[in-house]
Ligand binder design. Structure first.
Ligand code: CDP
Ligand code: CDP
Length: 225
């Protein structure tokens, strides 16, 4: 079994917030795998590449590291720098889903993601962690909420949507990305057979965190971190 708490689910369901908080409470590492796909999209846009046809040579030229920033928060470095807000633009969000359909990109990031695992526990969050990256993860959660609720959550997040965006526009963007993520041939978005599915519609973030924490804390406290 991998010492991994896998948290999957659709856009704006609360995966990153839950994963970050669980990692903080347990003092273990946190990896947001969506930021890897976003970083590939950002690098491809910056290099003027066709996002729908990336080759392994380009991917191997990227340097992706997951590390703690000055404040101790876990974050992604692309080619030696924290890209920060550049990863959260609408172009990069749409581009991430496009690059994520390609098996070249998924194969490349599979190795990157597995290299994060080891002796110590990690929380890893994305779309296919419990199904493909760590099918033997000790804990698997699939976090969801209604599309309307997820659109409301995303619109309320500062810097995540263009100024003046409407709820309907945000809902459309999320629906298009979820459709693309669920219908792709390689590693589609879906709950693992043995995942705990948690519908957080009507939950506060604290309630969602406590639900997940309640299932993992006992086991992790008993065992070695
Ligand atoms: O990572 P993912 O796209 O799944 O979602 P997120 O960026 O972690 O969360 C989207 C927003 O929903 C954040 O502002 C959370 O604080 C908020 N939220 C939540 O995650 N869970 C709830 N039960 C309620 C609100
Ligand atoms: O924050 P949000 O949930 O909106 O998206 P994200 O987690 O940052 O992921 C961005 C995109 O990367 C997704 O729409 C997927 O297309 C892709 N992705 C993936 O295919 N597999 C993962 N494990 C994580 C992300």
């Amino acid at each position: 079994m991998s010492k991994c708490i896998a948290i999957d689910g659709p856009a704006a369901s609360g995966k990153s917030s839950i994963a970050r908080r669980i990692a903080g409470k347990l003092n273990i590492a946190y990896v947001n795998t969506g930021s890897l796909y976003r970083a590939v999209a950002l690098a491809a846009i910056r290099a003027g590449r066709d996002l729908a046809a990336l080759d392994r040579g380009f991917l191997d030229s990227l340097k992706l590291e997951y590390t703690q920033d000055d404040s101790g928060a876990w974050d992604l470095k692309l080619n030696g720098e924290f890209p920060g807000a550049a990863l959260r633009t609408p172009d990069v969000a749409a581009g991430s889903s496009l690059v994520a359909r390609q098996s070249e990109v998924r194969d490349y990031l599979l190795d990157v993601q597995r290299s994060f695992a080891g002796e110590r526990w990690i929380v890893m969050e994305g779309r296919d962690i419990g199904t493909v990256i760590f099918p033997d993860a000790e804990f698997k959660f699939f976090i969801t909420a209604t599309p309307e609720e997820r659109a409301r959550r995303r619109l309320a997040q500062e810097g995540e949507t263009p100024d003046g965006a409407t709820l309907a526009e945000v809902a459309r963007e999320i629906a298009a990305r979820d459709k693309q993520d669920s219908e792709r041939k390689v590693a589609p978005l879906k709950p693992a057979d043995d995942a705990v599915v948690l519908d957080t519609t009507g939950f506060t973030l604290d309630q969602a965190v406590e639900t997940v924490y309640g299932q993992v804390a006992g086991v992790l406290k008993k065992g070695e971190r």
